[in-house]
Design a protein around this ligand. Structure first.
Ligand SMILES: Cc1cc2nc3c(=O)[nH]c(=O)nc-3n(C[C@H](O)[C@H](O)[C@H](O)COP(=O)(O)OP(=O)(O)OC[C@H]3O[C@@H](n4cnc5c(N)ncnc54)[C@H](O)[C@@H]3O)c2cc1C
Length: 287
């Protein structure tokens, strides 16, 4: 794809350290696997994140996982400490290994397709994104704020990013990395895009013991429901109660509460698949 409106390519570091001012029409360039696949009518200058040299995957002193926005899907899956959920979500990409070698975690979050596997993964683990706004003057630091990944994505291809804002990294708490998870995914065709992807997470008792169900792909943005403990859900009725709670939450009031509708699945079918998957993941985690 030729991006006809683009007239300049700038290393992103020069904008992030204030040496070059941000401009209208700036677009962050990560792996380019989405950016170069569609017309980008508003794009005037590409800010290349490639040379920033951010460490892709780091376990910090608290044992929390820090995934750089520029970490490729392949680098994340190759990380030796990765829990099984990482590979399960990477396998949910319609894209093969060639694309996964350059597609980045940050690019996947910001593209914000309902079937974005890194959204499914990092929302389910309650990852928190650090967002940077480039400074207006040389030598100043970027302004920083933090947002849960489940809130960063607000709808089909929409995010809570302000214009010019950048995803720097996502932090996953150690406790959630160690949690038990259950994964279910449905596609309309054997190699199709995810039409419903449900992850259940059960934290260890010493980490609070909460049970979290995250629905993606079936809804336009991540939908999460939480129970303080498996026993609290069991008292309400267990897997059927969890499915009923998800069904009641999808009331059409906002994108994350709306069944998604596109060529990859009718909303009624997505609803049926998602509710069955919710029952299954809860049953698996309660067993
Ligand atoms: C064959 C094929 C199959 C695909 N299958 C899937 C799929 O199943 N699911 C899916 O979700 N996607 C899929 N994609 C789309 C795309 O490959 C992924 O979403 C990928 O993760 C995008 O990452 P990237 O690094 O290439 O982003 P880019 O294409 O470089 O950028 C994507 C968007 O994110 C912005 N961006 C990138 N990084 C940042 C950042 N750190 N901060 C702020 N904004 C940023 C860019 O400005 C741009 O708007 C597929 C693509 C192909 C070619």
């Amino acid at each position: 794809m030729d991006l006809h409106g683009v007239t300049a390519l700038e290393p992103a570091g020069r904008v992030l350290d204030g040496a070059v001012p941000p401009l209208a029409g700036d677009v962050w360039l990560a792996g380019g696997t989405w950016l170069f696949s569609e017309p980008q009518p508003g794009a005037r200058r590409l800010l290349d994140l490639g040379g920033l040299g951010w460490e892709p995957v780091v376990l910090d002193d608290d044992g929390d996982l820090r995934v750089a926005a520029t970490c490729t899907v392949q680098q994340l899956t190759a990380w030796t400490g990765a829990p099984p959920l990482v590979a399960q979500c990477a396998d949910a990409f319609l894209a093969g290994w060639k694309v996964q070698g350059v597609a980045t975690v940050g690019g996947n979050l910001v593209t914000a397709l309902p079937a974005a596997p890194m959204v499914s993964l990092l929302a389910a683990l309650d990852g928190v994104a650090e967002l940077w706004t480039p400074p207006a003057a040389p030598g100043a630091e970027p302004a920083r704020r933090h947002l849960p990944v489940a809130e960063l994505v607000t709808g089909d291809r929409t995010t809570a990013l302000a214009p010019g804002e950048l995803v720097r990294e996502v932090v996953v708490p150690r406790a959630h990395l160690a949690a038990r998870t259950a994964f279910r995914r449905a596609t309309l065709t054997p190699l199709g895009r995810s039409a419903s992807l449900v992850v259940g997470r059960l934290d260890a008792p010493e980490h609070g013991g909460q049970l979290v169900v995250t629905v993606t792909a079936a809804t336009r943005a991540p939908l999460q429901l939480r129970w303080p403990s498996p026993s609290s859900l069991a008292e309400q009725g267990g897997p059927d109660a969890a499915a009923a709670a998800v069904d009641a939450a999808v009331d059409g009031s906002q994108p994350r509460r709306t069944w998604h509708d596109d060529v990859h699945g009718h909303p009624a079918w997505r609803r049926a698949m998602a509710l069955a998957q919710v029952r299954e993941v809860v049953r698996e985690l309660l067993a």
